[in-house]
Design a protein around this ligand. Structure first.
Ligand code: FAD
Length: 381
């Protein structure tokens, strides 16, 4: 039995770890990724704001040593979900089961002027450069803006605005600066009214101006203005943008997408092709695009595959539950837990910011690093 897992992000890492735990060498797992290391989404903010060194935030795939799992560094160039064959820059892989965990690609070029006049703060590649830009920033109007929906980690733009406030304050630049947060959504985190309310209070407290329901159409890099969908404009000195998200080209070409993303059975995560699953940001399963959701979906798929390999009927089902940490600045972190069930309004709880939750968030990252890569991040990097 061979399982080919495409993408070694939150979903692919959890999936292969769980399969190895459940089945060891009884299954042949091939994990393919074009990158040579993994970085947690939230570590990008740590790098940008100087809270972590770029090299310490990266976890090399060479550390991935698990019974039954082979890591292949290669670009996936074609997926044939009917024949269950995957072509890569390192050759072709036939499979009994395929799991697509290729995430969402960022397309900064889709917003005219963003590459020339602004900064993408969502990609791992852009983070070290943006850190240098911030280090040389002398104050002015900082605009944090989301260009389109859906986007990964809905709390991240709010976190970025709060961290910009802390950063400018610590540099003595806050008094001569303005911060604006521009989002197409009506609330900072629509599925969690309590978290949204707390964020709005924090914005008011820190004089961050909040612009909901506003879509960025383009940037004019010469005049340094952002142009919104209704034609109105906002001048900026530093523009931090969340670029448009799209399914990776190879997934689109596979014919598995509907309206831009891969539809799956919300309980089993199986696509319309038997034996082909999809987890995480690449899907349209109905949960936000966030690592915690990708991880729990991967757990369900791993349990279902393990049952099939053992000749049992798979029973694991996805419960739509996810928990997100939320950076509030001032070294405090809040926590939101939300359950998304298809056809029902999301329900959840909100825990106010504290330093205890900031410690929990660190432990969240450490347990994943230990579990997926087998080393203690505090000791080994
Ligand atoms: C600033 C920021 C903060 C965030 N904070 C949080 C947070 O606090 N909590 C949280 O849960 N989530 C957070 N996220 C979101 C989280 O990072 C993603 O939702 C999560 O990584 C999605 O997991 P995934 O497995 O679906 O995809 P990914 O983790 O993106 O993995 C996809 C993998 O596929 C590989 N790949 C893509 N195309 C190809 C190809 N053609 N060939 C080979 N390999 C390919 C990529 O290299 C990548 O390793 C944050 C994101 C950002 C940007």
């Amino acid at each position: 039995m061979r399982v080919v897992v495409l993408g070694a992000g939150f979903g692919g890492l959890e999936l292969t770890t769980r399969l190895s735990e459940r089945l060891g060498g009884d299954v042949d797992v091939v994990l393919v990724d074009q990158a040579d290391s993994f970085m947690f989404g939230f570590s990008k903010l740590d790098v940008i704001f100087g809270r972590a060194e770029p090299e310490r935030a990266r976890h090399p795939y060479t550390a991935l040593v698990k019974p039954g799992v082979e890591f292949v560094k290669a670009t996936v160039t074609e997926i044939d979900p009917a024949a269950k064959v995957v072509s890569t820059s390192a050759g072709e892989f036939g499979a009994d089961m395929i799991v697509v965990a290729l995430g969402a690609d960022l397309d900064p070029g889709a917003t005219p002027g963003l590459l020339e006049g602004g900064h993408d703060f969502y990609s791992a590649e852009a983070a070290p450069a943006l850190r240098r830009v911030l280090a040389n920033f002398e104050g002015g109007h900082v605009v944090v803006a989301v260009t389109s929906t859906p986007f990964k980690c809905p709390p991240a733009p709010s976190e970025a605005a709060l961290l910009v406030h802390d950063f400018l304050t610590s540099r003595g630049l806050r008094a001569r600066s303005e911060i604006s947060l521009v989002m197409p959504l009506p609330a900072p985190i629509p599925p969690s009214p309590a978290a949204s309310e707390a964020l709005l209070a924090a914005f008011e407290d820190r004089r961050i101006s909040w612009h909901p329901g506003t879509k960025v159409r383009e940037l004019d890099p010469v005049r340094r203005v952002a142009v919104f969908a209704d034609g109105s404009e906002m001048a900026y000195d530093l523009f931090l943008g969340v670029p448009e998200h799209r399914v990776p080209t190879v997934v689109e070409a596979s014919g598995m997408t509907v309206d831009g993303w891969v539809p799956v059975n919300p309980l089993t995560l199986e696509t319309s092709y038997p034996g082909v699953y999809a987890v995480g940001d690449v899907t349209s399963v109905g949960t936000p695009k966030a690592g915690v959701f990708a991880e729990s979906q991967a757990g369900v798929v791993a349990d279902r595959i393990a049952a099939v390999v053992r000749g049992e009927a798979p029973t694991a089902e996805y419960d739509g539950l996810g928990m997100c940490y939320l950076e509030f600045g001032h070294e405090e972190v809040a926590r939101v837990t939300v359950r998304f069930m298809s056809g029902q309004a999301p329900t959840g709880t909100y825990e106010a910011p504290s330093t205890a939750l900031a410690r929990d968030k660190k432990e969240f990252a450490s347990t994943r690093t230990r579990r997926w890569f087998g080393y203690d991040p505090e000791l080994s990097l």
